[in-house]
Ligand binder design. Sequence first.
Ligand SMILES: NC(=O)c1ccc[n+]([C@@H]2O[C@H](COP(=O)([O-])OP(=O)(O)OC[C@H]3O[C@@H](n4cnc5c(N)ncnc54)[C@H](OP(=O)(O)O)[C@@H]3O)[C@@H](O)[C@H]2O)c1
Length: 251
Amino acid sequence: MAQPCDDLTGRVALVVGGSGGIGAATARQLARAGARIVIGYHQGRTAATALLSELPGTGHRAMLVAIDDSASIRRLADEIADAYGRLDILVNAAGMTRAIPHDDLDALDDATIDRVFAVNLRGPLATIRALKPLLQATGDAVVVNISSTSAFTGRGSNIAYAAAKAGLDTLTRSLARALAPAIRVVGVSPGSVETDFVPGRDREALQRQARASPLQRVIEPDDVARAVLACVTHLKAATGIRIVVDGGSHL
Ligand SMILES: NC(=O)c1ccc[n+]([C@@H]2O[C@H](COP(=O)([O-])OP(=O)(O)OC[C@H]3O[C@@H](n4cnc5c(N)ncnc54)[C@H](OP(=O)(O)O)[C@@H]3O)[C@@H](O)[C@H]2O)c1
């Protein structure tokens, strides 16, 4: 009998940013569906180790990666090839930002702009580049880029972050065409999500935004993780698309 499409038994999934809020929720969803998970962490070794011990199933590992350092990403690719010999699913869920008022252009200095672009835009591209041979070899792989509604609203923590995510959306479309048919490339675009992503943002601010949105709910990491899972398991005929998970707040 054919394997049900939501059964990921035998598949290997790398979640870059698996030590973070959205990445950890995604790792749990993919592990529950049967995949073996590589948790990509940077400074969050403790969080990655804790997540590793609670994931259902076996064969999971935590691996260090700095996505602003292409040599580090290449080492990760080698480590995955040695440990598993395959990669079916790549979730690019790492990112960083700082809250900077959009009209305060002096606060948005060159170092901040470069860092925001290196982590949120160059990082996912360099990661896909390094892992392309492994993904391509499966013939049926998928990359999910975690973007943001900032990419098309121009709102959010700062304007460089919004521009970097807009760039990521363009990458998703270009790579969907370039890497087909062996690799699908899709984007999931959350609005504000309850994690520690934006330094200084508290739950009250998230609740205020939620009350002003059509669905009036705070978006949880699991809401985003379920969208990622759907892209991997059910949306098999989709590539180059963007799934928005924001309770309608962009409307
Ligand atoms: N939360 C939101 O409101 C929201 C909204 C829209 C989009 N997003 C996007 O969702 C993604 C996940 O964010 P989150 O909410 O889960 O935030 P989070 O909890 O702060 O997680 C961020 C993750 O990125 C990793 N990371 C940061 N810099 C890195 C680097 N140089 N190399 C490798 N990994 C690095 C962190 O790793 P370590 O902790 O191990 O250092 C962590 O796992 C990001 O792409 C973000 O832009 C978030």
